[in-house]
Structure formats: C-alpha cells, structure tokens
Design a protein around this ligand. Structure first.
Ligand code: MN
Length: 260
C-alpha cells in the first residue's frame, strides 16, 4: 500500500528478483534504484527461482550470505527473500519501496500466477509495503534488450509513486521487446490472457530414459485490446495494477441469489 506520494530520494529501497543474485536484470534494477535513492538494499535468491510463484520454504532452514554492506543472497524463494529482508536483515528500518526484477522475460497475462518476480512484490504488499514488479519482454533467440528497461524504469517508478495506491494493490510493469528509443509510450493495461498454452517437450537422457521439459509459451495471436499483452506488442510499456484479492465481484453478484 502507498498512502500518498513517495519521496524517492529519502526512501529506503529493497531490490529483489527471481532470476537470482547474479542475474543481469538485478544489476540493471540496482542501477535504476541507485539513481533514485542512496539507500538501496539488495536481497535476492542464491539461485534462479523463475516459476517459483509465491512459494515459501517451510521444511528446511534458510541461509543468508552477505556479499557487501547492503547486499545479501538467500538460498530460498523470492517470497523468502522479502520476508528475510524485512523481518531479519533490515530490523531497524524496513524498506519504503520494494522493486522486484528486472525479470528476464515477460510477466504478462497468466504469467503473473507463476512468476517469482511478481510474487516477491505480492509478498511485500501483504506486509503492507508498496511494491513494483518489473520485467523485460524478450524473444528466445535474441539478446535481452536490457537497455530498454534501464532507460525507462526510473521514470515509470517516479510516475507510479506520485499518488496513493489502494490497499492490497501492487504494480506490474513490462518493458516491450524493442530498443529503448522505439518505445511508443506507457500504457495502463489489464491483465491479459494468452491464447496458446505451455508445451511439454519429451526428450531422452543419455542413458536412454525418457523425461520431460516444461517448454516455453508458443506464440500469441488475437490480442485483446487494452491488455498488457497488446500493449507490449504495440511497443509500449505496460503498467497493470494487480490486486491481492482474487475474488471475482461480477460472479459474486451472479451467485448471490443461489447462496441467499
Ligand atoms: Mn525470472
């Protein structure tokens, strides 16, 4: 939650991600955060946690590794990182803003339900902190256009922290897969839905045993207007306010008479 405009220069910013402490996107976001404030902390997973969603490590202990004064790796999930950061590593003064990313790849449509990047922001929101998830859309065959996120992220963060946010809201930002100077603008967008689904790829290991890879999403067609998917396809930065409360109010109203 964000009660009102945030004075970023005086804010303590926590940076986390799901691609891990060594990810290039984390370094991008650290530089962006440092351009906004001198008080930047980094607490990120020791190893990549993409697809970890909102999972929490409950059946084994967690270790933290301090890399420098305000930089830590946690051998857990993005959710673990936010919890450990806020309740353990930053005991005297917690963050005023949590930034998660920049993720290597999109977090659009239903991606947000799998995403460790978005879930770190979700966890911060549950604690009552304003949080922004940031992702750089890419395609599989070309280098990730990190410069696009790096060039535009600070402006988007400034814009998003100029007003108060409703309770339980987190911000999901996706940078389009175009060069920084080809970005067509910032678009407010709804969470879309992909037409295609994830493919399962059967393979054989060197010992002749069959196994499976959960593959990538196949291409998306028939983009619904106003969605995050359509926005990045049009070369715009997609901004979507997400909500912790997953209740469908319309369906709730329809069901009311049957559950009177
Ligand atoms: Mn990731």
């Amino acid at each position: 939650m964000l009660e009102g405009p945030l004075d970023l220069a005086r804010s303590r910013i926590l940076v986390t991600n799901d691609d891990g402490i060594h990810a290039p996107g984390l370094k991008v976001l650290e530089r962006v955060a440092r351009a906004l404030s001198n008080d930047v902390w980094v607490v990120a997973p020791e190893i990549e946690q993409s697809g970890a969603g909102h999972s929490l490590t409950l059946r084994r202990p967690l270790t933290t590794r301090q890399l420098s004064k305000r930089r830590f790796a946690v051998d857990g999930t993005p959710t673990d990182c936010v919890l450990v950061a806020v309740s353990h590593l930053m005991p005297r003064r917690g963050p005023d803003l949590v930034l998660s990313g920049v993720n290597r790849g999109a977090n659009l449509g239903e991606d947000v339900t799998y995403s460790g990047t978005v879930s770190a922001a979700l966890e911060a929101t549950l604690i009552g902190l304003p949080a922004i998830a940031l992702s750089q859309v890419r395609d599989g065959t070309h280098p990730v256009k990190w410069q696009t996120a790096e060039h535009h992220a600070a402006d988007v963060i400034r814009r998003l922290t100029r007003f108060g946010w409703s309770k339980g809201v987190l911000m999901n930002v996706n940078f389009p897969n175009v060069p920084a100077n080809a970005v067509t603008g910032v678009q407010l967008a709804t969470q879309g839905r992909r037409v295609a689904s994830i493919e399962i790829v059967p393979v054989t290991d060197p010992g002749g045993r069959p196994y499976l890879w959960i593959g990538d999403f196949t291409s998306d067609e028939a983009l619904e207007k106003g969605t995050d998917l359509a926005a990045v396809e049009a070369g715009a930065i997609a901004v979507t306010p997400l909500h912790i409360d997953l209740t469908h109010q319309g369906m709730m109203r329809k069901m009311k008479q049957d559950f009177a």
